[in-house]
Ligand binder design. Structure first.
Ligand SMILES: [Zn+2]
Length: 100
């Protein structure tokens, strides 16, 4: 594929020339960016703390049990139920007795 090799060669040369110019343009702007960031008031961080209890120490009290071989997941209510409650509506998707 000669087109692909030509395209790659042109890209490599373009990147080589572009890198130098981009670096020269960005370098003078760096001090301006750092001074703009200093404008942030450190006290503003308090606004991002949510009021209320700190739940980071809480543990999940619900035991997660994986789906068993005799269970299925309803395609409409997405509840895992026993196979005895399976009511297929003719399609291949399982539907429980409540959703038929
Ligand atoms: Zn269901």
């Amino acid at each position: 594929m000669p087109t692909a090799s030509d395209y790659d060669a042109r890209r490599a040369s373009d990147a080589g020339t572009a890198d130098g110019s981009v670096l020269r343009e960005l370098t003078p702007a760096l001090p301006k960016l750092s001074t703009a960031i200093v404008d942030d008031d450190p006290n503003e961080a308090a606004f991002f703390e949510l009021p209320g209890a700190d739940l980071s120490g809480e543990e999940l009290s619900v035991t997660v049990i994986p789906q068993r071989a005799d269970e299925f997941t309803c395609s409409r209510c997405f509840l895992v139920q026993h196979r005895s409650r399976l009511r297929s509506s003719g399609g291949e998707l399982p539907v429980c007795a409540d959703c038929v």
